[in-house]
Design a protein around this ligand. Sequence first.
Ligand SMILES: [Zn+2]
Length: 166
Amino acid sequence: MINNPQEINENNQLIARFMGTGYSATNHLTLYHNNWSWLMSVVDKIESIKFHGCDFYFVEITKLHIIIRGTTQGILRKVEDGEKLTALWLAVVDFIKWYNKKYESKFKDYFADLDKWENSFYCNECGNSEHHNFAYNFTTSNSEVWHCKICKTDTQVSFKPKEDNY
Ligand SMILES: [Zn+2]
């Protein structure tokens, strides 16, 4: 049993955000820690996350442990005093904290590389360096060729960063 109302509230808020339901003052949103069907909807959401088109995270609920596979270290919570629901709730919270952190850094790196890539555009002919003043033309084996909209000259840039690679 988790008896700390602040911990319950904070964790349920974290879950609600993950579920995309937001966390208004609505009381029923506080059910995640003590309602199986609410918590199972979170399990379903975790297991529906795809990575390169495949299922990636698996939640195992056993008599003794809750295990979430697919994360870097794996997530494991012991079922104490037969409180399976509490163990699952804690495991799901562990997962969401890990997931949020992973995606924060993922998007930070991705957007930084995307900025760098956009800033690398430069037309040797007219000096145009604004990414939006280029149009994609074609891709070769080692670069992309973009077309300067101002002077109509082709220029080579590196491959555009792909979100999937982060
Ligand atoms: Zn140009």
